[in-house]
Write a new protein. Structure first.
Length: 235
């Protein structure tokens, strides 16, 4: 760990970097060093935002009549926490009106499946959808997911209260974090970047983006593009 001192300017840190690659030009190195300085600034801003998030005052108390059916039975909101004091929920766009689930949500959750056991060492993680449980479990098995915990929102109250239902009754993705302190469950944070907050020419996205897919593509010359999205299956 480093001590809490005034950080060195990002450009200075970037100039200290020692990586060089075969046959790179001086022009490439100048541009890459300038980019590295911006990457360092981005890293610092990500940490600043995380600190601001952790410093949020207590959110609203959770008081709704919420019921969830999981593979282990029916639980209330407290039951989603297990023995943890923090709960992360993802509202999966797989309502009963859909023949198949949202491909974007499925791509995200397929990545999270590989991290679920690690995440649950520190916090609880629950994936919630409005479809009946047997439908969710069938898709989970077909997809090869083992560690994600899927729950059916049996009365739909949670989905309505925490922005997973659109004005026309359709599905919306929603990422919510809750805390349980001294027996009181409160809302802590939600992803609030939607179409109203999107920059021109961009789809709504979080910052950092919770989808590893986009993180990887953002490192490539092609980028994430403007008209490509993941599918449930590829032929």
């Amino acid at each position: 760990m480093t001590s809490a001192t005034t950080p060195v300017a990002a450009a200075e840190l970037a100039s200290r970097a020692t990586m060089r690659f075969p046959n790179e030009s001086a022009e490439y190195r100048r541009a890459r060093t300038a980019l590295l300085a911006e990457e360092i600034e981005l890293r610092r801003h990500i940490e600043l935002v995380a600190q601001m998030r952790r410093a949020l005052p207590p959110g609203g108390e959770v008081t709704g009549d919420f019921r969830f059916e999981g593979e282990g039975g029916v639980v209330d909101m407290a039951g989603l926490f297990g023995d943890k004091g923090t709960l992360v929920t993802y509202s999966y766009m797989f309502g009963p009106q859909r023949e198949r689930p949202c491909p974007m949500c499925t791509s995200l959750l397929s990545a999270w499946e590989g991290e679920a056991r690690d995440i649950e060492q520190r916090v609880a993680l629950a994936v919630i959808a409005r479809s009946p449980l047997q439908r969710l479990v069938a898709f989970k098995k077909a997809r090869g997911w083992r560690d994600l915990k899927l729950y059916s929102d049996t009365n739909g109250n949670f989905s309505r209260d925490y922005h997973a239902v659109s004005t026309d009754g359709g599905d919306e993705p929603a990422l919510n974090v809750f805390t349980r302190r001294d027996g009181v469950i409160r809302h802590f944070w939600s992803g609030e970047m939607d179409f109203a907050t999107a920059d021109p020419g961009e789809d709504p996205r979080g910052a950092p983006d919770p989808m590893p897919l986009w993180t990887v593509l953002d490192m490539t010359p092609e980028g994430r593009g403007t008209d490509w999205y993941p599918k449930l299956d590829y032929v």
